[in-house]
Design a protein around this ligand. Structure first.
Ligand code: ZN
Length: 87
């Protein structure tokens, strides 16, 4: 089976397959795994979250606007704090 999550195959992807995981908010992680939330919507998450329980997946936020740049770190940390407060 081809390794779709390693090597050259990643080079053509946007940001080389990396970004901020919408579930755990890890930055610059490979976001290549597809999971389905309870509404039937497919989202891309990191490897760690690919096996996360459904309740976690449903808490996913839109990370499209969150870059992994330093200047947005504060916003991200706030989001993270909010997320862990609801756990
Ligand atoms: Zn994740």
């Amino acid at each position: 089976m081809a390794k779709t999550k390693r090597g050259k195959g990643l080079l053509g992807l946007p940001s080389r397959g990396r970004g901020t995981c919408p579930v755990c908010l890890s930055t610059r992680i490979k976001v290549l795994y597809t999971v389905t939330n309870s509404e039937g919507k497919q989202i891309q998450v990191c490897k760690r979250c690919s096996s996360a329980p459904q309740s976690k997946i449903d808490k996913a936020i839109t990370t499209g606007t969150i870059a992994f740049r330093r200047r947005l770190r504060k916003t991200l940390n706030e989001l993270k704090a909010k997320q862990s407060a609801t756990d």
